[in-house]
Design a protein around this ligand. Structure first.
Ligand code: MN
Length: 497
């Protein structure tokens, strides 16, 4: 996944001078040991650098300033080996603009029963040092992640790694540019939103371009470039029918892919939208082209839906290519058989092949909408297992992120006449209750569908972005859920004043 920077994480340890230089030496050595251990295990996608042992307010404030100004620093990992009186953290934490994780761990896993004395106690006091530090973060209403556990445990590395990927998504969010080819689909409400608010909260620059601007880039692509990309398609996917008309259609999508990517690269865009209502100068709705660009890591959503497009991009970063996949998605059709209820998710064309299970076919079929030539597209079935759908909606005055955990399943039957990629899932806690909760929360028909990220990552992302989250999963009870929505409304209305 192409990122704008080489991100690293800074590890800092809090202490104080009360214990004397010998103890501080030990604290520093243990901190370096943890950092080396975390890096050597190979469980983290990004490097951790031991940055400093912090013992005064001046040191802390100066380090936070340095972190804010270092574009490669994606976040800070803080640990209290000893007690670090938290008033000295107030100024630094107050100005920190990077995500912070409080790693509540201890250098020694076990109490050395026969050896333990007061020197050991004074060196290994995370249990209360971490509480002092926790208090000041809570007092400051500081958004932060807290991870508790022994630093060598796999569960700790896993949580840390998940969070590091969230931090990188936050950093990329702050410089994300979204290109909109054409506007919102006419009359549609849920895909609309306040782009100024989105730039304030998420940092997204969302700008519109005439589709004719894109058409110029597409028309400038040479036949040689198209032929070379067609050969790449042949190697990577199964082209079902190589009749002359089909090849022509597929090559036109190759032409769109090259032109579109050039446009996106030149403008530094990480996400984009199209709309079938505005294709002036293009012969087909971008289908295969969009699917290929999503596969490369671009965010995308149809019908001018910039919120979902940006969220697809950031979810892909948060998921960091676990191999399971993340795509633009739409709840399309239900199977309402009471013995086997499920949702068929798809879109007109644009589902990302990262979620494919098995062979990815390229087919050409008429679209039945938009009045353009039959577009080429990838078709495939999707992987099964844990997945989630997430939707970002603008409620007027605030953004709400709705997350529904779902169980992706195999379709019980073949669908030979359906010429689009499709996913099947059962929403938690059930189709009936999941859909009801989703509708009450105002969730869109467009979503980010992901098997790469978990709910906790999205909650963490939302916390640092200061937006509301609503979770629908097996713990959801509809009567308390309705109360929760009312309370959230109250809380967020107060917050936005
Ligand atoms: Mn749609």
């Amino acid at each position: 996944m192409k990122l704008s920077k080489n991100y690293v994480f800074w590890f800092v340890t809090g202490s104080q001078h009360l214990y004397g230089p010998k103890t501080l030496e030990e604290v520093k050595k243990d901190s370096q040991g943890i950092v080396e251990g975390l890096n050597e295990k190979g469980a983290l996608d990004y490097k951790v650098e031991f940055k400093a042992l912090l013992t005064t307010s001046e040191e802390i404030t100066s380090l936070m300033k340095e972190a804010n100004n270092d574009p490669n620093c994606a976040g800070i990992i803080g640990w209290m080996h000893t007690f670090s009186p938290a008033k000295m953290w107030i100024k630094g934490l107050s100005i920190l603009s990077k995500p912070f994780v409080h790693l509540h761990t201890q250098f020694n896993r076990d109490i050395p029963w026969s050896e333990i004395d007061m020197d050991f106690m004074n060196l290994n006091q995370s249990a209360h040092g971490g509480r002092e530090f926790g208090f000041i973060n809570t007092r400051l209403r500081q958004p932060r992640k807290v991870i508790v556990g022994y630093w060598e445990a796999a569960a700790v590395s896993e949580q840390l790694n998940n969070f590091m990927n969230v931090c990188v998504a936050i950093a990329e969010s702050k410089c994300l540019k979204v290109a909109r080819f054409g506007d919102n689909m006419r009359y549609v409400a849920v895909t609309e939103g306040d782009k100024v608010e989105a730039e304030i909260k998420f940092g997204w620059e969302i700008n519109g371009y005439a589709v004719g601007d894109l058409a110029q880039y597409v028309n400038a692509v040479t036949d040689e470039e198209v032929d070379a990309l067609y050969e790449e398609y042949k190697k990577s996917y199964n082209i079902v029918d190589e009749s002359q008309d089909n090849v022509k259609s597929i090559k036109y999508q190759a032409k769109i892919e090259i032109g579109m990517e050039r446009f996106l690269v030149e403008g530094g865009f990480g996400a984009f939208t199209t709309t079938f209502e505005d294709l002036h100068g293009l012969e087909q709705l971008p289908g295969l082209a969009v699917q290929r660009l999503m596969e490369k890591g671009y965010g995308f959503a149809g019908e001018g839906d910039w919120k979902t497009a940006a969220l697809v991009r950031l979810t892909k970063i948060m998921g960091n290519n676990t191999g399971l996949g993340t795509s633009f998605m739409e709840d399309y059709t239900y199977h309402m058989d009471p013995s086997n209820p499920m949702v068929l998710g798809a879109h007109m064309l644009e589902i990302c092949p990262t979620i494919a299970d098995g062979v990815v076919d390229i087919k050409v079929n008429p679209l039945g909408i938009g009045g353009k030539a039959a577009p080429a597209r990838f078709t495939f079935e999707c992987k099964t297992g844990k997945a989630l759908n997430a939707s970002l909606v603008d409620l007027g005055g605030r953004m709400r992120l709705i997350i529904n955990e779902v169980d992706a399943v195999k379709a019980p039957n073949e669908m030979p006449k359906l010429p689009v990629a499709q996913a099947m899932w059962v929403p938690q806690p059930s189709l009936e209750e999941g859909a009801k909760a989703w509708i009450l929360a105002g969730g869109a028909h467009h979503t980010v569908y992901s098997m790469d990220v978990n709910t906790e990552q999205l909650i963490d992302f939302a916390e640092f972005m200061d937006i509301e989250t609503v979770i629908i999963n097996n713990n959801t009870n509809l009567s308390t859920f309705r109360q929760e929505l009312k309370l959230q409304d109250l809380v967020w209305n107060l917050k936005s004043r």
